[in-house]
Design a protein around this ligand. Structure first.
Ligand code: SF4
Ligand code: SF4
Length: 137
């Protein structure tokens, strides 16, 4: 699993080797995507954590416990549903079944099943789907 987070540190926490401990304690790989951290003031890191679901959950719990403010970075699927012509092409690529056809041959979009894989953006002939920029949840 890969997840991206924004981590905010107070000035006191910036001095501590908190992020490097994650790799040792929870067997999580850490890629720092962006850093705005300096001694004497707080800071913010955008990181990608790679590990098992369980270890990622434990890592976030650990970070929160020591006082780091953690927000997951998320993307959303934007869909211009009003322009849909119900051709069904997008349903063929949507493995989680977020896109399906109902009994009247109308497209149904169940946003709760969408994992934002982005495959439908290419499948739709009218290009009605778009994946948003990443933002903090
Ligand atoms: S982004 Fe992926 S999961 Fe979501 S609706 Fe499109 S194909 Fe389905
Ligand atoms: S591929 Fe596009 S037009 Fe066709 S059903 Fe899906 S969203 Fe509608």
């Amino acid at each position: 699993m890969r997840r991206r987070y924004a981590l905010r540190f107070s000035p006191a926490l910036v001095e501590q080797p908190i992020v490097s401990k994650l790799a040792r304690i929870y067997d999580v790989d850490i890629n720092i995507l962006n850093a705005d951290v300096a001694s004497g003031r707080g800071g913010k890191l955008i990181v990608e954590l790679v590990g098992t679901d369980e270890n990622l959950d434990k890592s976030v719990h650990y970070l929160s416990e020591v006082g780091v403010l953690v927000s997951e970075m998320v993307k959303e699927l934007l869909f211009k549903q009003e322009a849909c012509i119900h051709c069904g092409a997008c349903t063929a690529v949507c493995s989680p079944k977020a896109l399906s056809m109902d009994n009247s041959a109308k497209l149904v979009f169940d946003v709760s099943l969408c994992v934002v894989c982005g495959l439908c953006t290419q499948a739709c002939p009218l290009r009605l789907f778009e994946v948003s920029h990443e933002r903090e949840a």
